[in-house]
Design a protein around this ligand. Structure first.
Ligand SMILES: C[S@@+](CC[C@H](N)C(=O)[O-])C[C@H]1O[C@@H](n2cnc3c(N)ncnc32)[C@H](O)[C@@H]1O
Length: 252
């Protein structure tokens, strides 16, 4: 899978967007001291670290199917209860958590409705279940320029716009299908600065996620063409990229 990569590769590729998003996402879910929280699809721990900062290690659990990411969170945040596995089969009893969050994960679940149902099951009545997914179907995702360049060169390429939850309203529909009611939906935006084009491009060559997997399939000539097209489309360095994520929150 495209998340079976070293934690450092993920952090350089997507962590630079997901770390600032984690602060806003935890604010949105009103995570506060005294609560017990679960981070579903924790990756190398961008949101887990923010939960630990607010709640302490002992009050946080995290789970992800990627072995290197699980190992990274265990080393980085000792004392956190870290599990290996998918959202669709959470190894926790009913009503265990006050807050259950999935940041940038629902679109990668094999069965998003089942994953969200599981998140609701392990959250106590009146608690919070929330998820966020990049706006990859509009013009607000962090990888928009990359996929635009790909489509310019390869009209048949499959980008991330078809993933579950990417279109406006999609995520709320998935929550409703999972039986969650009284939904609040909004979007959050983060802005990331890139000192040079190389800083932006290099992490695409690390094989992370669908974009990294796409680059890994190219030969050197195709890769150089894509790199040049991206450079043409981006503003001159230094530049900033703003990225928006759809967010939905429910109280089971
Ligand atoms: C884009 S990363 C997000 C990681 C982290 N939440 C963050 O904000 O940086 C997507 C994560 O979802 C995980 N994932 C993929 N399928 C999953 C599933 N069925 N259940 C839970 N997590 C899954 C991947 O292993 C990866 O760590």
């Amino acid at each position: 899978m495209s998340f079976d990569v070293p934690a450092d590769a993920y952090t350089r590729f997507m962590g630079r967007f997901s770390e600032p998003l984690a602060v806003q996402f935890a604010d949105l879910a009103q995570v506060r001291a005294g609560q017990r929280a679960l981070d579903v699809g924790c990756g190398p721990g961008a949101l887990t670290a923010e939960l630990v900062r607010r709640l302490g290690n002992e009050a946080v659990s995290a789970i992800d199917p990627s072995a290197p990411f699980v190992q990274a969170v265990r080393s980085r945040l000792p004392g956190v209860d870290v599990w290996s596995g998918p959202a669709e089969h959470l190894p926790f009893a009913d009503d265990t958590f006050d807050v259950t969050l999935a940041q940038l994960v629902v679109h990668f679940m094999a069965d998003p409705v089942s994953g969200l149902s599981e998140m609701a099951r392990v959250t106590r009545p009146g608690g919070v279940v929330a998820a966020s997914v990049w706006d990859s179907a509009g013009v607000g995702g962090p990888l928009d320029t990359f996929w635009r360049a790909v489509r310019d060169l390869d009209r048949d390429a499959l980008d991330e716009s078809q993933l579950s939850g990417a279109r406006e309203g999609d995520l709320a529909e998935l929550f409703a299908a999972a039986g969650l009611k009284d939904l609040e939906h909004t979007s959050l935006t983060v802005t990331v600065a890139f000192p040079s084009f190389t800083d932006w491009w290099e992490p695409f060559t690390f094989g992370v996620g669908p974009a990294g997997a796409y680059v890994a399939r190219l030969d050197q000539v195709q890769r150089d063409l894509l790199r040049s097209r991206c450079e043409q489309l981006l503003p001159p360095a230094p530049f900033e990229i703003a990225a928006s994520a759809w967010c939905v929150l429910a109280h089971p």
